[in-house]
Design a protein around this ligand. Structure first.
Ligand SMILES: CCCCCCCC/C=C\C/C=C/C(=O)SCCNC(=O)CCNC(=O)[C@H](O)C(C)(C)COP(=O)(O)OP(=O)(O)OC[C@H]1O[C@@H](n2cnc3c(N)ncnc32)[C@H](O)[C@@H]1OP(=O)(O)O
Ligand SMILES: Cc1cc2nc3c(=O)[nH]c(=O)nc-3n(C[C@H](O)[C@H](O)[C@H](O)COP(=O)(O)OP(=O)(O)OC[C@H]3O[C@@H](n4cnc5c(N)ncnc54)[C@H](O)[C@@H]3O)c2cc1C
Length: 551
């Protein structure tokens, strides 16, 4: 995040000075925005940067314990520079949060600079190869030029000058990383389902009839139900990630031309796609672990590490709930645009059907299910807006009415994102397989149908509200879904092999390409320090005295 922020928030002159040093690893930096007391609410950050025109410096301060920077990766012992997000004061006026480049350690000795307090925040659920740290300032001065001045400047005399055309230019790095995290979610879920599917093909457990041999657990319908949605979701996330990256690149190009019109839609898309992709990936990686029984709980399976790594992405770079609420904010505005007869941007154009007042006729084809997801999203948004307006009419302020409606707002945002993801998934598969062999087309279509049927069956309540789906339609869809799992089974191992993930990348005794699961589990077990000697010294210090009643 250090380098992308230098690229996004520095003037060309500042980039010319800082970027080569950062890219050449002459300096190592991190992005320190979150504090002990605030992570979500950026406007509530407490670290201050007060400009002193006498010395043309900013005085950095941590006025309270809760203002200490907390969490930044590499902060504890690795970095010697930080991008610090602080409340900018000049001429006695606070201009809100701005980014500053701050040297925190000596480039030769690596000692913390005087006025800088830095350390490690301690063990975490995962990410323990990163030294996430804390950072406090005590009247620590930095040169005026260390304010990242692409979007705002402080002149030598302390005059504040706003440069950016849109109010959230300083939030740009977070959008960039959120876009990357969708791809990260796809990649890590692909690893988990490769491990779980390969292991499920090796693992034999239980024999339905007394004479027969034990079945591969991958033959069980429940195992296919656990795992094939994981494969389909890995594909869905990868294709949505590629689509989002193009949307991000197009928006950035437009902003460079001075056109910020598509930024709100990009913020809404990157928010909900980051939220859903990381949450889906984390829960499905856990589902892959469940599918591997006890051996899935071994660190040597690779699955606990994957889960610990990915579940953090649901929180960092914008908490799941917070980001869905950002998308909901955009959707409510889009709803009002439809009411006003104004044109809608492409990803919300389906909202016009929220005003038909009729249930969408149920159609179980893939396109029909995608239209049903859109109708569901439009319907949930419409009922959310009705709740919001009912509360406003009762005399509540907009903020109060909004807060009371946030559960429904989050549901509407999630439904919108699921509709966008489903639409992108199917259309990208069709675009990419135009020249593919019939077999490849068949398998990839089977997978996106798994995705569509799975989520339709997960959302039957909403579909009954907003489409004409009947009880028998639901029964028929369940049978079709279960039949589809059986069709995919013969190709399941080949499909995960197609992720082409090397053993060194999987780090898994269960998922290695050669399938020698039991030999690998035993080999990993031998590495346990407890196997270094036949009798551990704790027998003599604790167990034996206890057994002899001497403890
Ligand atoms: C190979 C790559 C691997 C990648 C993996 C990386 C591994 C690294 C590991 C960890 C890194 C982690 C780093 C971090 O976590 S950095 C800290 C991240 N912190 C956050 O994300 C904080 C989340 N909070 C916010 O973003 C904001 O506080 C907020 C959006 C929730 C609220 O902001 P606020 O200023 O209060 O705005 P409003 O809600 O009032 O909205 C105002 C207005 O601005 C628009 N807007 C808000 N944010 C953005 C944005 N980012 N871009 C564009 N526009 C934005 C918002 O839509 C409103 O517009 P309006 O409706 O028109 O008024
Ligand atoms: C592994 C990891 C690495 C990180 N790396 C960095 C880094 O390098 N740099 C950095 O600056 N930060 C980093 N962070 C911090 C991260 O950005 C924050 O943890 C994240 O933004 C969430 O903020 P928070 O911790 O304050 O949670 P909070 O916002 O306090 O969330 C707590 C609960 O409150 C809810 N909540 C909060 N506000 C609202 C609201 N308005 N409405 C409804 N519910 C609300 C949340 O949904 C959540 O359920 C990292 C975090 C982790 C876990």
């Amino acid at each position: 995040m250090f380098v992308p922020t230098l690229m996004g928030q520095c003037t060309p002159e500042q980039q010319a000075y800082w970027l080569p040093r950062a890219l050449d690893m002459q300096i190592i930096g991190t992005y320190a925005q979150t504090e002990l007391g605030h992570g979500t609410f950026i406007r509530g950050l407490e670290t201050t940067a007060t400009y002193d025109p006498e010395t043309e410096t900013f005085v950095m301060n941590s006025p309270t314990l809760t203002s200490y920077k907390w969490w930044a990766g590499g902060l504890a012992k690795t970095v010697n520079y930080c991008i610090v997000v602080a409340q900018l004061y000049t001429k006695g006026v606070c201009h809100g949060t701005h980014p500053f480049i701050v040297q925190i350690r000596d480039e030769e000795t690596h000692m913390p600079r005087p006025g800088v307090k830095v350390g490690d925040i301690g063990p975490k659920l995962g990410f323990n190869t990163a030294d996430n740290g804390y950072l406090g300032f005590d009247n620590y001065r930095i040169p005026r030029d260390n304010m990242m001045m692409k979007n705002a400047q402080v002149l030598k005399d302390g005059t504040y000058v706003k440069v950016a055309r849109h109010g959230k230019a300083t939030y740009g790095t977070m959008v960039f990383v959120r876009v990357l995290l969708v791809n990260e979610a796809a990649f890590n879920l692909a690893k988990a389902c490769t491990i779980a599917v390969r292991y499920s093909a090796i693992r034999r457990q239980c024999s339905p009839d007394s004479e027969g041999s034990e079945l591969q657990v991958l033959d069980y319908s429940t195992q296919q139900h656990k795992l094939f949605i994981c494969i389909a979701t890995a594909h869905a996330l990868q294709l949505n990630s590629t689509w989002l990256w193009k949307t991000f690149s197009d928006t950035l190009a437009a902003i460079k031309q001075g056109n910020v019109d598509t930024l709100p839609e990009l913020h809404a898309l990157s928010s909900c796609l980051k939220a859903l992709s990381t949450a889906d990936a984390a829960s499905l990686i856990e589902q892959c672990r469940h599918a591997c029984g006890g051996h899935g709980y071994m660190m040597s399976s690779g699955l606990p590490y994957l889960y610990a790594f990915v579940t953090a992405t649901r929180t960092y770079e914008g908490d799941y709930t917070i980001l869905l609420l950002q998308t909901a904010r955009f959707l409510v505005k889009a709803y009002e645009q439809v009411e006003a007869g104004k044109p809608l941007t492409p990803t919300v154009s389906y909202l016009s059907q929220a005003f038909t007042g009729k249930k969408l006729p149920w159609d179980s084809s893939p396109d029909g299910i995608i239209r049903a997801f859109q109708a569901l999203a439009a319907g949930k948004l419409s009922s959310t807006v009705k709740s919001l307006r009912k509360r406003l009419e009762s005399g509540l302020s907009y903020e109060q009415a909004w807060e009371l409606s946030t559960i429904q707002l989050n549901g509407a945002a999630e439904a919108h994102c699921r509709a966008v993801m489903s639409q992108n998934y199917k259309s990208e598969i069709e675009r990419l397989t135009v020249n593919s062999s019939p077999n490849v087309k068949l398998v990839l279509q089977q997978l996106y149908k798994v995705y569509l049927y799975y989520w339709a069956l997960e959302r039957t309540g909403d579909l009954l509200l907003y489409t004409s789906i009947s009880e028998s339609d639901i029964f028929e869809l369940q049978l079709r879904y279960e039949g589809l799992l059986k069709e995919i089974r013969p190709n399941a191992v080949g499909i995960v092999d197609a992720f082409d993930l090397r053993d060194e990348v999987l780090h898994s005794a269960l998922g290695s390409y050669d399938g020698n699961v039991y030999e690998r589990l035993m080999a990993e077990a031998q590495k346990s320090p407890l196997n270094a000697e036949p009798v551990n010294q704790t027998f003599h210090t604790y167990l034996k005295p206890m057994m002899k009643g001497k403890l």
